[in-house]
Design a protein around this ligand. Structure first.
Ligand code: PTJ
Length: 244
């Protein structure tokens, strides 16, 4: 379909089209389209901008990456299609491993997502995934030398189960999820309530210029998880109570 560039929702329509095509190509799960719709609805409520508390979270995320010994970025179908170059840039800035972690897991999707990330310049950790996480569904699968041994895992657009399982295993978990009420956001060590293509470049920019002293200073005054959730809910409440 041709989308006219003067349409007021041009970008949004292009993104939807991209995800729909990626679904037909077997990269995005069909369920990923409804997940995207839910994200868009929350983005409307947030004003489709990075709110100040999310920017703060992105700075804290960069500091956590800086101090982590074995950080891993977990990538699913939606994230790969929306933000493969941004994932590659964050990997370069942080030295984190990139691992494909899927809810609707098939070997074919893993291969296609790996190819997409590699074409964008990411180095994807590969190998024999094992059922290592305490979950009944296929998100239990991960790489022993990847997510299983990580001390920090970034999980964009996740469902809550795995974030909870990773926290339960003692890992620090950073989530990127536009919904401050989701179990994912509420379980995370650090919830970033922002759109994934806005959040990733912000983390990369902070990470690129951060020294260890900066990171320690930022982490020393990092707000509690609940502060980031409350700030997003306050923004939404304010926007819902006035049209000005
Ligand atoms: O590729 P797979 O098989 O791993 O499946 C991926 C999906 C997204 C289908 C799977 O993880 C899933 O079902 O996720 P949920 O439970 O729908 O959660 C996705 C969350 O991401 C929701 O809370 C959305 O609000 C949020 N979200 C959607 N799009 C964006 C987003 N957050 C940030 N940026 C977005 N662009």
């Amino acid at each position: 379909m041709t989308i006219s560039a003067d349409h007021p929702r041009y970008r949004s329509l292009c993104v939807r089209e991209k995800l729909a095509q990626a679904m037909l190509d077997g990269i995005v799960a069909p369920e990923g389209l409804s997940a995207h719709g839910r994200g868009e609805a929350f983005d409307y409520l947030l004003g489709e901008v990075t709110i100040p508390s999310a920017k703060k979270a992105e700075q804290c995320a960069a500091a956590m990456f800086h101090m982590a010994k074995h950080p891993v970025i977990s990538v699913n179908g939606n994230t790969a299609v929306l933000a493969a170059p941004e994932i590659a840039a964050l990997q370069k800035a942080t030295g984190a491993l990139v691992e494909v972690g899927l809810f609707h897991r098939t070997e074919e999707r893993i291969r296609k997502i790996t190819d997409l990330l590699s074409a964008a310049g990411a180095v994807v950790t590969q190998g024999e995934a094992e059922r290592l996480l305490p979950l009944s569904h296929d998100r239990a699968f991960c790489l022993r030398g990847g997510i299983y041994e990580a001390d920090l895992v970034l999980v964009p657009l996740e469902d809550g189960d795995r974030a909870q399982a990773l926290v339960g295993l003692g890992k620090k978990v950073i989530t990127i999820d536009l919904n401050p009420l989701s179990r994912t956001s509420q379980t995370a060590t650090l919830p970033i309530i922002d759109e994934v293509t806005r959040a990733l470049p912000e983390i990369t920019a902070y990470a690129s210029e951060m020294t260890e002293d900066d990171a320690l200073a930022i982490l020393a005054v990092m707000p509690e998880q609940i502060w980031f959730l409350q700030a997003a809910l306050d923004t939404i409440s304010q926007r819902l109570s006035t049209i000005l």
